[in-house]
Design a binder for this molecule. Structure first.
Ligand code: 6PG
Length: 252
């Protein structure tokens, strides 16, 4: 792994990775609430974080009671252009696995309004929502306490896909990104926002990601090819939580 590209933590299984992520989540939540009054987190979609969300909501697990739910504000790093009732929706997944089961006030849940027919309008609305909740000045950027991200097998993260025109976006907070291979728009936060975070935590699991992860962590920096490499918090930590299968090609 190259110097400056973050801290790698490898776990035997995806379940152990989720457990560690849950502890990291609750620890950062308490720290943020104690020092700033709020914990502001951006959630990832995809399937990998589901175990983490389920664990945080589980009444069988002590970590649930360590999360200051009333003081936690939930946002999303990206969203598909579907209504919140769709199983395709990243909001829907987090709601099913966690939010509907924990004592978080409805006004703390800031989902991307991806049901709006015009993706540009949806992106603009979400940007306004970020500006409102974070009390941003024009030109200001939000600093999340924690941003959870995943990585696709070809190196995309959030909805920043290889070749995306938004890989170096540092002015806008939220964009409607056209994804050629999906033939669809997605709404995504930009690298300019992810890179302001106090902590970005990647959750990466599965052998199909091993080769790309090796390229990303040990190869040259080519964010147009591997958008995940565009994520480098300027004044925050970068954690790579990875299961054994995804880490299997790393030279450690
Ligand atoms: C999405 C995500 C996306 C995801 C990766 C990894 O909307 O799909 O936000 O960027 O994190 O595709 O997904 P998996 O965890 O399912 O492999």
């Amino acid at each position: 792994m190259k110097a400056g590209s973050g801290e790698l933590r490898v776990f035997e299984s995806a379940a152990q990775m989720a457990r560690h992520a849950a502890i990291e989540f609750s620890r950062r939540a308490l720290e943020a609430v104690n020092s700033r009054g709020w914990f502001r987190v951006a959630l990832a979609g995809g399937s990998t974080p589901r175990q983490l969300y389920a664990l945080l909501a589980s009444t069988e697990d002590p970590v649930r009671d360590q999360v200051p739910w009333a003081k936690t504000q939930f946002f999303w790093g990206d969203e598909r252009l579907v209504p919140p009732s769709s199983p395709e929706s990243n909001y829907w997944m987090a709601n099913e696995a966690m939010l509907s089961k924990v004592p978080v006030p409805a006004e703390n849940i800031h989902r991307i309004p991806a049901e709006l027919p015009d993706p540009q309008v949806a992106a603009r609305r979400y940007e306004e929502e970020l500006r409102r909740v974070f009390h941003l000045d024009p030109g200001g950027k939000p600093r999340f306490d924690l941003m959870i991200l995943g990585m696709g097998a070809e190196g995309h993260t959030a909805s920043l896909f290889p070749g995306s025109e938004w890989i170096h976006e540092n002015t806008r907070l939220v964009v409607a990104a056209w994804v050629e291979k999906l033939n669809a728009f997605r709404i995504t936060l930009t690298p300019g926002v992810f890179n302001q975070a106090a902590c970005v935590m990647f959750l990466i699991s599965g052998a199909e990601k091993a080769e790309t992860l090796k390229q990303v962590l040990e190869g040259p920096t080519r964010p147009e090819l591997f958008p995940v490499q565009a994520i480098r918090p300027v004044d925050g930590s970068l954690l790579w939580l990875v299961d054994g299968a995804a880490a299997s090609k790393l030279s450690r």
